[in-house]
Design a protein around this ligand. Structure first.
Ligand code: G1P
Length: 274
């Protein structure tokens, strides 16, 4: 039912310089797989078939990764190393990849709006590849798609974070519907310390209904002078329904060096070896 997944991937990855000087941050490997491939795996597992990637300057390797490399195929064919290509071959065969360039960096809301042409008038998922989410039984997007089928409205993934970290995130408040589901009534992008409406931080997984695009068209720049998806979602919440979902699984902030190392260790033990 939700077939499209949007990946905003135009950012510079400044927290990882110099590694990201000429390499997209989405291509940084966690063990032997680039970050964005984990996100694509999660989307495929949730039944999605169209990966819509919002790219920027210097991101060619992203497109090459999700395409055939005939020279490599030829070299490796019939050798003991061929099995290393099995997973990526399956990914390439089971999804379509489309790309659009975001020419200016005007925030996450602007990146999502840039993807409008690729998404069309359909409900869609958004994955921020920096947030690596692992649940070996059922991926976070699959959990959210199941909820979408029931409620048919936008859904954001949330996680409890320590109060001193809320300033790094979009933070929500609302009415609890169940133990892990909240109807959003307030939402603030990166609240100043002490002003956060709760300790429930938005993590980089969203399901959005397509009316979000018209709202984004009319969303004024907010925090940091950027067009924020958080502000557009608050508008949507006022007119209808936006849910926040406390997902099952582990999440690593791979945009930070600490989170990246934790993710690497965890995936080495539980995904790569497991
Ligand atoms: C973005 C969103 C923020 C969200 C975060 C999750 O911020 O604007 O609401 O909590 O992703 O990772 P960024 O990390 O791009 O600054």
């Amino acid at each position: 039912m939700i077939k499209k997944c949007l990946f905003p991937a135009a950012g510079y990855g400044t927290r990882f310089l110099p590694a990201t000087k000429s390499m997209p941050k989405e291509m940084m490997p966690i063990v032997n797989k680039p970050l964005i491939e984990y996100g694509v795996d999660e989307a495929i597992q949730a039944g999605m078939t169209d990966m819509c990637i919002v790219t920027g300057r210097g991101k060619h390797s992203l497109m090459d990764h999700f395409d055939k490399n005939y020279e490599l195929e030829h070299q490796i064919s019939g050798t003991s190393k061929e099995a290393l290509l099995t997973d990526i071959r399956e990914v390439i065969d089971s999804a379509n990849f489309t790309y659009i360039r975001q020419r200016e960096m005007k925030g996450l809301g602007h990146a999502i709006l840039t993807g409008r042409e690729l998404v069309g008038d359909n409900p869609f998922a958004v994955v921020l590849a920096d947030d690596l989410c692992i649940n070996l039984e059922e991926g976070v997007l699959a959990q959210m798609v199941a909820l979408y089928k029931q409620f048919r409205c936008s859904i954001v993934a949330v996680e409890e974070v320590p109060a001193e970290e809320t300033h790094k995130y979009g933070v929500i408040a609302g009415e609890a519907l169940t133990d892990n589901l909240i109807r959003v009534t307030d939402m603030v992008e990166k609240p100043a310390p002490g002003t956060e409406p709760s300790n429930l931080a938005i993590i980089g997984r969203y399901i959005l209904t397509p009316d979000i695009f018209d709202i984004l068209e009319n969303t004024e720049p907010g925090k940091g002078g950027e067009i924020q998806i958080t502000d557009a979602l608050l508008e949507q919440a006022k007119n209808g329904c936006v849910l926040a979902y406390k997902f099952k699984g582990k999440r690593f902030d791979c945009g930070s060096v600490e989170g990246f190392i934790e993710a690497t260790n965890y995936c080495f033990e539980n995904v790569y070896k497991g």
